[in-house]
Design a binder for this molecule. Structure first.
Ligand code: OGA
Ligand code: MN
Length: 285
């Protein structure tokens, strides 16, 4: 079996087939996957049924896994669970439950863990149960956005630092954290321009957690960040992934944004397991 790649859009994303990631991978096989990841930013791997343990073993090829913090039901494990199913009973969670409200923020364009001091390299999302309709995930590339900047913008952006804040982003959907909860999520600052070490390609780290531009007024910072977000997420630049059972999707949190889309959470079941790989050694959780 040879690994093969088929681009998903003219801009980014590829379907990767010809490998079984539930089995131990040779260095050559993982090297091809890693190179494709650096090149395409989003990889879709169809028909990859995974157990939690297999997902962890595969994900660790990319680096050290983040621990999931308080508030996600996967807290205390390497998994962030995206689901309308109660983790203990497997029953659907009522729509007005705080846990469902919490997940609403996934519908904002974001990259995972940009609010952490050590941000994430990538996420691996495994479709365990999918609804018959809805629940697609959309992606947009901030590498494509970077490449579209004017030379003046590129020069200006090279000095910009953004403050990312989880408490802020949840607040934008009306989800409030108690003081004790909020204390677990101090804001983090990152250069807006990210550079992929393997290929030198630049991208911008923005999205729902991006709160302010350090040193700018709040108003100017918000306007700037919202303008960039709408440039990145123009409909003709998006890849929309309609899930099939056992799809695995890997995305580069430093090069793409993503967002969840709605589904009937009262009548349909959805369970996605995410592992999140750190870009370095994560701070203690
Ligand atoms: C995630 C996420 C979107 C979705 O897993 O990080 O944002 O459609 N998921 O479940
Ligand atoms: Mn996410």
């Amino acid at each position: 079996m040879a690994i093969s790649l088929a681009p998903l859009t003219p801009h980014f994303g590829a379907k990767l087939t010809g490998v079984d990631i539930a089995r131990p991978l040779t260095d050559a096989q993982f090297g091809e996957i890693r190179a494709a990841f650096d090149e395409y930013s989003v990889l879709v791997l169809p028909e990859q049924p995974l157990t939690d343990e297999q997902q962890i073993v595969f994900s660790e090829r990319f680096g050290i896994l983040e621990g999931t913090r308080a508030l996600n039901p996967g807290s205390g494990t390497p998994f962030a669970r995206q689901s309308n199913l109660d983790i203990r009973t497997g029953e659907t969670i009522p729509a007005d439950d705080r846990r469902m409200f919490y997940q609403k923020a996934n519908m904002l364009w974001h990259s995972d863990s940009t609010f952490k001091a050590v941000p994430s390299l990538c996420s691996v999302l495994s479709a365990r149960e999918i609804p018959p309709a809805g629940g697609a995930t959309e992606f947009a590339s901030t590498r494509v956005l970077y490449d579209s900047l004017s030379e003046e913008e590129k020069a200006e952006f090279a000095t910009l630092v953004i403050e990312h804040d989880f408490v802020y982003s949840r607040g934008t959907v009306g989800f409030t954290l108690s003081d004790d909860e909020a204390a677990k999520f101090p804001a983090a600052r990152h250069d807006i321009v990210r550079t992929n070490k393997n290929n030198g390609r630049h991208s911008l780290m923005i999205g729902a957690h991006a709160k302010t531009v350090v040193g700018w007024t709040e108003r100017a910072g918000r306007q700037f960040l919202e303008d960039l977000l709408s440039r990145a997420t123009q409909p003709n630049l998006i890849y929309r992934h309609e899930w099939r059972d056992n799809d695995v999707v890997i995305w580069d949190n430093q090069a793409v944004l993503h967002r969840a889309t709605p589904y009937d959470t009262m009548n349909h079941r959805r369970l996605m397991q995410r592992t999140t790989i750190s870009s370095g050694v994560p701070a203690a959780e």
